[in-house]
Design a protein around this ligand. Structure first.
Ligand SMILES: *[C@@H]1O[C@H](CO)[C@@H](O)[C@H](O)[C@H]1NC(C)=O
Ligand SMILES: *[C@@H]1O[C@H](CO)[C@@H](O)[C@H](O)[C@H]1NC(C)=O
Ligand SMILES: *[C@@H]1O[C@H](CO)[C@@H](O)[C@H](O)[C@H]1NC(C)=O
Ligand SMILES: *[C@@H]1O[C@H](CO)[C@@H](O)[C@H](O)[C@H]1NC(C)=O
Ligand SMILES: *[C@@H]1O[C@H](CO)[C@@H](O)[C@H](O)[C@H]1NC(C)=O
Ligand SMILES: *[C@@H]1O[C@H](CO)[C@@H](O)[C@H](O)[C@H]1NC(C)=O
Ligand SMILES: *[C@@H]1O[C@H](CO)[C@@H](O)[C@H](O)[C@H]1NC(C)=O
Length: 737
């Protein structure tokens, strides 16, 4: 409790009482005896008299120091005005009034004080739970401070009080203070911190003797438990957005600051909002973001690292990095994008030539249609996709080819056993022909293989072929000839890289070894004959019988057997049998002779059969129906017969010698029969008149009776010939000789 102290100014007061000579003359002063005046205020002391009409007044201080006031006299009153009151006014003032000879005097004590302001409370810092704090209470401009008491309260708890009893050296206004240190707790919030200052001067009227200042306590909590939540993730894609919310606990509620940590470590303030939304993130926005929870008493920092990943949009081109497109076909190249909502497309060729195709783009795909595929499409096509400010390119190489038809097997002619044949395997409309390989196989075995070189740079469809010669045999029949064409474009897949054609071999056999079977080729007039023609060959052969006439062939029959009935002489001649099939033709001729037996043989000598040595004699031989050539003239001799060289059956002996005499024989024969006759030539010598001897008679005999039917012999020869499959007249004649 404040100690109440009453100081009686009277104890210090010296009462000046001067009694006036006249009872009637009286002096009064107001206020009475003393006044306590605040420095800076204004006071007036009034001295008044009674019992005198015009008194005179004088004022002075007891120690004769200056009045420090203004005097104002009015008939029976004098006023001393101090304005403003200062330390120079703390005196005992005397007012003397003189009325004639009478004098009256009254004194008054003036005390000064200063207590103009409420105390000031100063905290050394914000209040924080658990952290000692010093509170200072200042009481400014106090006088006299030895009367001052300062007291501090926290709520209803007294903290400290102090009096300032040390001696005052000088009169001055002083500021006094009281310091208290305490440790705040949570419960202190809301309590009042009070500072009471009291100036213990009872006489103070009107003005406060007690001043109090209060301060409501606010205890703070430094930010803590700062937490960042990131939505959707700290890892995001370019152009994506992220929302980060930061919370921090503390009292007062911390304010949130979002910043980004720069490379040099300094922070760049982004927001003062707890929720930070970042949109359209770029890769360079990656980095450490800092949330600071800040309040009066501190801050708490939390960091989060955001990683902005390059947006992965991908471009796919189909059907593949390289395709083979057949000329004339339709091919669609598709460029598709994933990871980009509205890409823009552009197509070009690597050599910047015209696209030669139709582009159609829709949403995330773009197609380039090449229809029909042509040589102009042999390019590397590039699809460029632009997504935002990013670009990506993918290429596809289009190789064109042409391989639309199966190979064609061609043979120069019919397959004939043993005949050389040219086989060609043709592959039409090929491109690129330098990738072509043609194989020709018989059954499983390769007969020939061929590849082709590039010829020039011109792009064109070409027809390539493989040729070979081949001699087929009958064993080849039934075997399969295969022409296989391969287009070696290994780098890529396409439907048909190989095409083949087959042909089953049928080897023909040309008719051969044609034979004509004739029982007799020389026939007696009137007889009949069957001539049979035969041969082998594949396929089956046709037969044509004809007879050769002078300038044309007379067709007779298409049967195997040609029958001649009751032959006439005119039937003699050459008969031809032709056997024909696709593979060839084979002919055989047979000479048929229709004869009659020789008769009427006539051998004569001219001029006579008896001549003289030195004469000329001609021997004639004729045989009715037989040509001269069939007549043989011989001279018989023991040593052997001499065949005479006759012309048309005539033989002339010039200058006949004795030795020319003898038997001359004429023979006419054919296959049917023969006749033989002879004469004897007589040559007479000329010596002893013998020269002129009549020539000896040449005995000419025409031995028709000796004619031997020869038919039996002919049959013999004919049979013999048949066994050999042919019959030759010449052979037969030779054998007979
Ligand atoms: C850090 O860099 C930024 C700009 O990049 C600059 O404004 C800032 O002054 C720098 N701070 C320091 C501490 O170098
Ligand atoms: C903080 O952000 C929220 C939502 O975005 C908004 O409603 C609020 O006004 C913002 N506060 C300040 C201080 O910007
Ligand atoms: C684009 O494609 C969508 C569906 O994929 C289709 O409905 C639309 O008709 C197409 N637009 C054009 C111009 O082809
Ligand atoms: C086969 O071809 C060669 C040369 O190419 C030619 O001389 C010959 O006559 C041809 N043979 C046939 C049967 O076509
Ligand atoms: C056919 O004639 C040829 C000669 O031309 C001969 O070598 C072959 O043996 C003959 N074949 C037959 C069955 O007579
Ligand atoms: C010829 O053949 C036919 C029938 O094949 C036969 O009737 C006839 O007697 C034959 N003629 C001769 C002369 O062999
Ligand atoms: C043979 O020929 C001669 C002369 O040409 C002729 O005089 C004679 O009559 C002939 N004899 C016969 C039998 O025909």
């Amino acid at each position: 409790m404040p100690k109440k102290m009453v100081v009686i100014f009277g104890a210090l007061n010296i009462l000046w009482m001067v009694f006036a000579a006249s009872q009637a003359f009286k002096i009064e002063i107001s206020p009475e005896s003393k006044i306590v005046a605040q420095i800076g205020a204004s006071i007036s002391l009034t001295c008044s008299t009674t019992g005198c009409e015009s008194p005179s007044f004088s004022w002075r201080t007891q120690i004769d120091s200056p009045l420090n006031g203004k005097v104002k006299n009015e008939e029976t009153m004098s006023t001393l005005i101090m304005d403003p009151v200062s330390f120079g006014n703390e005196h005992s003032y005397l007012c003397t009034a003189t009325c004639g000879t009478s004098k009256a005097e009254k004194g008054i004590q003036v005390h000064v004080y200063s207590f103009p302001k409420d105390p000031e409370i100063h905290l050394s810092g914000p209040l924080e739970v658990g952290k000692p704090i010093t509170v200072k209470c200042l009481v400014p401009d106090v006088y006299p401070f030895d009367r001052l008491e300062i007291e501090m309260w926290k709520g209803d708890r007294h903290l400290k009080n102090e009096e300032f009893l040390e001696p005052m050296e000088t009169k001055s206004l002083e500021t006094k203070s009281l310091e208290v240190t305490f440790t705040p707790t949570n419960e202190d919030t809301g309590k009042e911190l009070a500072c009471q200052a009291k100036l213990h001067i009872d006489e103070i009227d009107g003005e406060p003797r007690e001043r109090e200042t209060t301060k409501k306590l606010q205890v703070y909590i430094s930010p803590k438990n700062t937490v960042i939540s990131v939505n959707p993730s700290t890892r995001l894609q370019e152009s994506g957005s992220v929302t980060m919310t930061c919370t921090s606990e503390g009292l007062p509620a911390p304010q949130i600051f979002w910043s980004k940590k720069l490379d040099n470590g300094s922070l760049q303030l982004l927001s003062e909002n707890a929720t930070l939304t970042l949109i359209a993130m770029r890769m360079e926005d990656s980095g450490i973001y800092v949330c600071e929870g800040v309040n009066l008493v501190g801050k708490n920092v939390k960091e989060v690292e955001l990683i902005v990943q390059e947006k992965l949009f991908t471009v796919e081109i189909s059907p593949g990095p390289q395709i083979a497109a057949q000329i004339g076909d339709s091919v669609v190249l598709t460029c598709g994008v994933t990871g980009c909502e509205s890409p823009s497309f552009s197509w070009r060729t690597q050599t910047d030539s015209s696209l030669s195709g139709k582009v159609r783009s829709n949403g995330t795909t773009s197609t380039l249609t090449l229809s029909p595929v042509s040589f102009e499409n042999e390019h590397s096509y590039l699809c460029t996709v632009t997504c935002g400010h990013k670009k990506k390119e993918k290429g596809i190489k289009v190789d064109v080819y042409s391989f639309s038809r199966d190979p064609e097997i061609e043979m120069s002619s019919l397959l004939v056993d043993g005949n050389l044949i040219n086989i060609s395997c043709k592959v039409p409309n090929v491109y690129p022909s330098d990738r072509l390989e043609i194989e020709l196989l018989k059954g499983e075995s390769i007969m020939k293989k061929k590849t082709f070189l590039v010829d020039g740079h011109k792009k064109s469809l070409e027809t390539k072929s493989l040729e070979m010669t081949f001699i087929p045999t009958t064993e080849d029949t039934g075997k399969v000839l295969v022409c296989r064409a391969k287009l070696h474009i290994d780098e890529m897949e396409f439907e048909l890289k190989q095409r083949q054609s087959t042909q089953t071999l049928h080897v023909n056999v040309a008719p051969r070894n044609t034979t004509i079977l004739v029982p007799f080729s020389i026939l007696e007039k009137g007889s009949s004959v069957n001539m049979t023609c035969s041969s082998n060959g594949l396929p089956a052969v046709n037969i044509l019988w004809s007879r050769q006439l002078n300038n044309e062939d007379l067709q007779l029959s298409k049967n195997t057997i040609l029958t001649l009935l009751s032959t006439k002489m005119e039937n003699s001649g050459t008969y031809l049998c032709e056997r024909i099939n696709q593979a060839g033709i084979s002919r055989k001729e047979v000479k048929l002779i229709i004869q009659i037996a020789p008769k009427d043989i006539n051998l004569t000598a001219f001029p006579s059969e008896s001549v003289k040595e030195g004469d000329t004699v001609t021997i004639f031989c004729t045989c009715g129906n037989v040509p001269q050539t069939w007549i043989i003239l011989k001279k018989k001799a023991e040593a052997g017969d001499t065949v005479l060289k006759s012309t048309n059956g005539a033989y002339t002996i010039h200058k006949a010698q004795l030795e020319d005499a003898g038997v001359y024989e004429c023979e006419s024969k054919n296959e049917i029969g023969f006749q033989l006759t002879s004469i004897t030539l007589d040559v007479k010598g000329r010596e002893n008149n013998k020269d002129y001897f009549s020539p000896e008679l040449l005995v000419l005999y025409c031995a028709s009776s000796l004619m031997i039917p020869a038919i039996g012999m002919i049959i013999y020869f004919a049979r013999k010939a048949n066994m050999k499959g042919s019959y030759s007249l010449v052979e037969a004649q030779k054998s007979k000789v």
